[in-house]
Ligand binder design. Structure first.
Ligand SMILES: [Zn+2]
Length: 181
């Protein structure tokens, strides 16, 4: 039996309901391939109902973004601390959304929090970002997202410096830096 016809047989078995029973044999390459292709991607993109000005399908985001940026921006992954290039940017300029290019932060609100992630005490404007309660991973945090495209940026904590007392803890992968001219 060819791989293709094996797969077709598996599909018709699934359609008949036969595959509800656990199959004791997972030895053919077709069934291995099928198992791999149907396993859920991790992490998976979140389905959101809220509308934002920029609407793209998950497939479009995946095609546009590098895989590591896609995982942060569209699947709310967190990059490892001290891994991001933008941790170490101190020159004047603006930090743009890595997904849509909207201006989100400026260097004059950036500070060294010691956390390993780019940290800001305020966004460029209150309208540039959206904040929402995030109760994933057994914690209660405030998630920060781009208001223009609804991409995940990071979290905000109430332990920042003067004058706002806020610490916007943002993934470097979620941002692009554009130095002032
Ligand atoms: Zn954006």
């Amino acid at each position: 039996m060819s791989a293709r016809s094996a797969l077709a047989a598996t599909r018709s078995a699934a359609a008949s309901g036969w595959s509800r029973r656990a199959s004791p044999r997972r030895s053919s390459s077709a069934s291995r391939a099928r198992a791999a292709s149907t396993s859920a991607p991790s992490p998976s993109p979140r389905r959101r109902s809220r509308s934002s000005p920029i609407q793209k399908t998950d497939a479009e985001w995946q095609a546009q973004l590098d895989p590591d940026r896609y995982e942060v921006l569209r699947c709310a992954a967190t990059e490892p601390p001290f891994s991001g290039e933008l941790n170490y940017v101190h020159e004047d300029g603006k930090f743009l959304c890595g997904a849509c290019g909207a201006e989100l932060f400026r260097t004059d609100a950036k500070f060294d929090s010691g956390s390993g992630w780019p940290s800001f005490f305020q966004p460029v404007s209150a309208e540039a970002i959206e904040e929402e309660v995030d109760e994933s991973h057994g914690m209660r945090r405030i998630e920060v997202r781009c208001a223009a495209c609804d991409s995940h940026l990071g979290h905000v904590f109430p332990d920042g410096p003067h004058p706002t007392g806020q610490r916007y803890c943002i993934n470097s992968l979620a941002l692009d830096f554009e130095p002032d001219e």
